[in-house]
Write a protein that binds this ligand. Structure first.
Ligand code: FES
Length: 383
């Protein structure tokens, strides 16, 4: 009995975690103007562009690149609605379905190449939503449960709360049960919530119409509550986004300029990042060194692999360059000038600028260095 009573609380920690996490994820996007700033490596535009390059469903994603901002808003609002649903236990199965779809979509677009696979959070989130999809929000700290209880009370039916009795045992002993039907309930389906044996004289002689009326009432009450919570959430989300834009939001890690790669012969990348030395003008012409001011970065395409490359003009006056593909799951890293690190927008890995080594995971190794030189003519060459 005690174990059963505790089991009723089993879904609460999961709901709390998923709810808070999705609400946090939503606010993290809404209150950060860089999420919609195409020049920032954490922007939805750059994340979507990176996904097109590495995702197994890249053919489906390509047409969506032009609608990246709308997709960003849709994801943010969906995360808020899903998080509130899970946290409050309101329309929990709908929220869980949305959470599972969103998590699986992010797995296919962002985390598919994460190695080992469990370091990509989206696949874990997908499976975490399944218990709520199957079981709903449970009976504890759940608006769904309260709504069902009130709807039943208004229809003069007993509470639909679960009771800690193995129901098969009741069916076995009551003498009124046969092939799924209850003789005491005029042949209606056997149902623990209105079982005359369990409820005694309090049990109504429920008819199908009464049960349907409870379901309809619960649906209307649930929808009204969900609408009220949704309006409140939209107001709160809009306020967060508005305030963040008014005060300017977080400092932008920006990708910087884009260099056009020229057409001389590329060679194999060296085993460590080699800062520029003036003089050589062989290799792949990337563009003018003056296009990359001190403390800023620029991107280019590596001709030999088609990967995105990134070059930084360090404060010590040298140019360092790397293959910008994150070794974790293949997203494209950007340069965060304010903290002088490379940042991966997908799962937050950070890399040192001077050698490409991992500062923070989950990336299992550093960025692949490239050799870049500044020619005597002021151009940058990839060697
Ligand atoms: S792709 Fe996951 S941290 Fe970069």
């Amino acid at each position: 009995m005690r174990a059963w009573a505790l089991a009723e609380w089993a879904l609460v920690p999961l709901r709390l975690f998923l709810g808070v996490t999705f609400i946090y994820a939503s606010f993290q996007k809404l209150d950060n103007p860089n999420f919609f700033n195409a020049r920032s490596p954490i922007s939805i535009q750059q994340q979507l562009a990176a996904s097109v390059r590495v995702s197994p469903i890249h053919a489906l994603l390509s047409p969506l690149v032009g609608s990246a901002v709308a997709i960003g808003w849709t994801i943010s609002i969906a995360e808020l609605a899903i998080g509130l649903g899970a946290l409050l236990g309101l329309w929990t199965r709908v929220a869980a379905l949305g959470g599972a779809i969103l998590s699986f979509s992010l797995f296919l677009t962002v985390s598919f190449h994460a190695t080992p696979y469990f370091t990509g959070a989206d696949i874990v989130f997908f499976f975490a939503w399944l218990p709520l999809l199957v079981a709903g929000g449970g009976s504890r700290l759940s608006l769904d449960a309260r709504v069902a209880k009130r709807a039943a009370a208004k229809s003069n039916l007993p509470s639909p709360e679960l009771v800690p009795i193995p129901f098969a045992r009741v069916q076995e002993l009551c003498g009124q049960y046969a092939k799924g039907r209850c003789a005491l309930r005029q042949g209606l389906d056997c149902d623990a919530a209105v079982c005359p044996v369990l409820l005694g004289p309090r049990a109504p002689l429920a008819t199908r119409g009464a049960i349907d009326s409870v379901d309809r009432r619960a649906l209307v009450m649930g929808a009204t509550t969900a609408a009220a919570v949704g309006v409140g959430a939209l107001v709160a989300g809009g306020a967060v986004a508005g305030v963040a834009r008014l005060i300017g939001g977080a400092k932008a890690p920006v990708a910087g300029n884009s260099l056009g790669a020229g057409a001389t012969t590329p060679t194999t990348a060296p085993s460590s990042s080699t800062p520029t030395t003036a003089g050589s003008s062989t290799g792949t012409l990337l563009g003018k060194a003056s296009q990359v001011p001190v403390g800023q970065a620029a991107t280019f395409t590596i001709p030999s692999s088609g990967d995105p490359g990134i070059v930084v003009h360090t404060v010590s006056g040298q140019f360092v360059a790397y293959d910008a593909v994150c070794p974790h799951a293949g997203c494209t890293v950007g340069y965060a000038g304010s903290s002088d690190v490379f940042v991966c927008p997908c799962h937050g890995s950070q890399f040192q600028v001077n050698n490409g080594n991992v500062l923070n995971g989950p990336a299992p190794r550093g960025l692949t260095p490239l050799k870049i030189v500044e020619g005597a003519n002021g151009n940058l060459y990839l060697q």
